[in-house]
Ligand binder design. Structure first.
Ligand SMILES: NC(=O)c1ccc[n+]([C@@H]2O[C@H](COP(=O)([O-])OP(=O)(O)OC[C@H]3O[C@@H](n4cnc5c(N)ncnc54)[C@H](O)[C@@H]3O)[C@@H](O)[C@H]2O)c1
Length: 273
């Protein structure tokens, strides 16, 4: 596969999309990626961005036409009602893969989440790191939609030869803001490194990776990400003393502190009834 150059970035107006618009182009082959931007909201300062909902299959088909790869960030990024998750994250992701199939796009990078396995107990003491093939344990309808996205990616690889790297992102924000985030943080710069590796690694089929920096307090194994050529450069540890002084150590009696998904496992569920 020649290195992708033109990349559709969905969810370009969101938090991660905004960070990646800034950081990703510098990594691309031959002086940078050419990003085509899509979101249901206008992207500030980008008049040529495509304003379209993932429900609009015609618009998606036009948006993917001629791109080498897609980074799929668009969708609901927190828990919501099943109906909303169904439309944006499940049907929306299906619509995007259909557009990719129809237009012959060969590579997708899918923003999955740690919440696909959120009920998994976090390692404590000398416990081994969580392997990437740990069983699915979604903690929300949101996490369930990420399980669906990963399985959809597998199907489109087996059936249609579309390659995907599903990145189970921890927390990608400029700085960690909680003690939990010391373990799951992915610095924006490492995020761009990982997305670049996911776009350019050869023969990925469908590969699932954890997305975080090389944190001292890391909970999960980065081996499958490193196998793509990802070399994280950052560690949350410089933020540890301040956050621990403010918030204290994680409480082993509190499920929000002992499961990978953190507060997502204890926040009141949003049931449709
Ligand atoms: N930021 C993180 O730390 C993190 C962690 C795990 C997973 N993720 C995943 O990464 C992606 C981006 O996260 P984020 O933090 O930037 O979220 P965000 O909510 O800031 O951005 C999501 C963007 O998607 C757009 N969007 C939502 N529904 C849409 C639809 N139906 N059609 C078109 N656009 C739509 C929104 O307008 C928004 O701009 C999400 O899929 C999220 O689940 C992020």
């Amino acid at each position: 596969m020649p290195a992708p150059r033109t990349v559709l970035l969905t969810g370009a107006a969101g938090g991660l999309g905004t960070l990646m618009r800034d950081l990703l182009p510098g990594h691309g082959p031959g002086g940078g990626y050419a990003l085509r931007l899509l979101d249901m909201r206008p992207v500030e300062g980008e008049p040529e961005s495509i304003v379209a909902d993932l429900a609009d299959r015609d618009a998606l088909r036009e948006a993917v036409r001629g791109v080498d790869a897609i980074i799929h960030l668009a969708g609901i990024s927190l828990e919501a009602s099943f109906e909303k998750i169904l439309a944006a994250n499940i049907e929306g992701t299906y619509n995007l893969y259909e557009a990719a199939r129809e237009e012959g796009v060969g590579r997708v990078v899918f923003a999955s989440s740690n919440h696909a396995v959120g009920y998994t107990p976090r390692p404590q003491g000398d416990d081994p790191l969580i392997p990437i093939d740990t069983p699915r344990r979604p903690d929300t309808f949101y996490g369930l939609s990420k399980c669906f996205g990963e399985d959809l990616a597998q199907l489109y690889w087996e059936r249609h030869g579309i390659e995907t790297v599903s990145v189970r992102i921890g927390s990608c924000f400029p700085e960690p803001t909680s003690v939990r985030m010391l373990s799951v943080w992915m610095s924006p710069a490492d995020g761009a490194r990982l997305f670049h590796a996911a776009l350019t690694a050869e023969n990925v089929g469908h590969t699932v990776v954890h997305g975080s920096s090389a944190n001292t307090r890391l909970w999960w194994d980065l081996a499958s990400a490193r196998a793509l050529g990802y070399e994280p450069q950052d560690d949350s540890e410089p933020y540890a003393a301040k956050l621990l002084a403010e918030q204290g150590e994680l409480d082993p009696a509190n499920p929000a502190h002992t499961r990978l998904g953190g507060p997502f496992v204890t926040d009141p569920p949003i049931w449709p009834y």
